[in-house]
Design a protein around this ligand. Structure first.
Ligand code: ZN
Length: 128
C-alpha cells in the first residue's frame, strides 16, 4: 500500500499535469467556455488594475516554476482569485516561489522581526 506522503505526491503530480495541459487557454477570451475547474473572476474586484489590457474572465490552475529551488508547482485558481481580487495584486504579477520556499521565507522574516523587536526592547530598558 502506498504511503500517505506518496499519495499526496501523486496527486500533486497529476494536478501539475492538468495545469500544464490547460496552459494554452486564454482566460481573457470573451468567448471561451469555462473549462472544468475554472473559477469565475469578479470584474468589480479587479477594477484596481490600471491597464488597457483585458482582464481575466476566469482563473485556471497554473503551473509555475519556483525562482528559488526550481520546483514546478500548481498555483491554484482559488489562490489566484484571492491574490488578484482580495489582496489586490496587480494582474501582471504572478506567483514566483513554491509553497515551501514561501513558508521558509515567512519563517526567516518572522525570526528577523523577533530579533529586531527584542533588540529594541533591550535598548528601551537600558535608556530608562
Ligand atoms: Zn521553491
Amino acid at each position: 500500500m502506498a504511503s500517505r506522503k506518496r499519495k499526496l505526491e501523486r496527486l500533486a503530480e497529476s494536478a501539475l499535469k492538468r495545469a500544464q495541459a490547460l496552459s494554452h487557454i486564454d482566460t481573457r477570451d470573451d468567448y471561451a467556455r469555462l473549462p472544468p475547474g475554472a473559477v469565475p473572476a469578479d470584474p468589480a474586484q479587479l477594477a484596481h488594475n490600471n491597464t488597457y489590457g483585458r482582464l481575466p474572465r476566469f482563473y485556471l490552475d497554473r503551473a509555475i516554476k519556483c525562482r528559488s529551488c526550481g520546483k514546478e508547482e500548481v498555483w491554484p485558481a482559488e489562490r489566484q482569485k484571492w491574490w488578484y481580487e482580495v489582496a489586490k495584486g496587480h494582474i501582471h504579477s504572478t506567483a514566483v516561489y513554491c509553497r515551501a520556499c514561501r513558508n521558509e521565507d515567512k519563517e526567516r522574516k518572522a525570526l528577523a522581526r523577533k530579533v529586531h523587536l527584542d533588540g529594541l526592547a533591550r535598548k528601551r530598558k537600558r535608556i530608562r
